[in-house]
Ligand binder design. Structure first.
Ligand SMILES: [Zn+2]
Length: 204
């Protein structure tokens, strides 16, 4: 069980697509899953920001990933790896299902996602994976602030040009679907500075 986490824009999807390609180029069968509430990509595909894409199975929060993988095994025969994109959107139960796939079905699972939400608080599924994954790997990118060379650790939510620190953890839709809301990868220094500013302002 691998958990590869990183902020937004850290090329997680690109990394996933490249890994899927590596398996498939050797003739190995894989299952690629994405929680369907991620609206950035078209249904049935995982797309990277540089334009590469791979087919995937969209699952809802009610779906069993175990059942999904078993169904795919019936269709394809043996499965060499299960990939999950945007795994922070899974439920706690679904995150535990990934561990069960690795342990009881003995299929490697590689899950990609965010560690924390825009407030810097762990996503429920990410918490499960950080606690139980065999390997935890960070996919790094730099802070969004011009000239800052620090590692980005947070996905700062920016509404109407202002950083916000309160609201729902999952607000689906990227810059494409709502021009007023965007996310910026920020280092701890800049994230904390904005948080203190917003507390002073009393707006958040
Ligand atoms: Zn910074």
């Amino acid at each position: 069980m691998y958990f590869r986490y990183g902020t937004m824009n850290s090329s997680k999807s690109m990394n996933l697509i490249a890994s899927v390609h590596n398996y498939e180029s050797k003739g190995d069968k894989v299952v690629v899953i994405k929680p369907s509430l991620d609206t950035r990509s078209a249904n049935g595909f995982i797309e990277s920001r540089v334009g590469t894409k791979t087919e995937c199975i969209d699952i809802s929060l009610k779906d069993s990933i175990l059942t999904c993988v078993k169904t795919e095994m019936d269709k394809k025969g043996s499965i060499s790896c299960v990939f999950v994109d945007e795994c922070q959107f899974l439920t706690q139960e679904q995150a535990f299902e990934l561990i069960s796939i690795a342990d009881t079905m003995r299929i490697p699972v590689i899950a990609y996602g965010l560690r924390t939400d825009f407030r810097g608080i762990l996503f429920v599924a990410s918490n499960v994976l950080l606690s139980h994954a065999d390997k935890i790997e960070e996919i790094k990118t730099v802070c969004h602030v011009k000239g800052c060379k620090r590692k980005a650790m947070y996905n700062q939510r920016v509404v109407n040009g202002k950083p916000v620190f309160k609201g729902d953890s999952i607000l689906v839709g990227d810059t494409i679907s709502n021009t007023n809301i965007r996310y910026e990868p920020k280092c701890r220094f800049h994230f904390m500075a904005d948080m203190i500013d917003s507390q002073k302002g009393g707006n958040n």
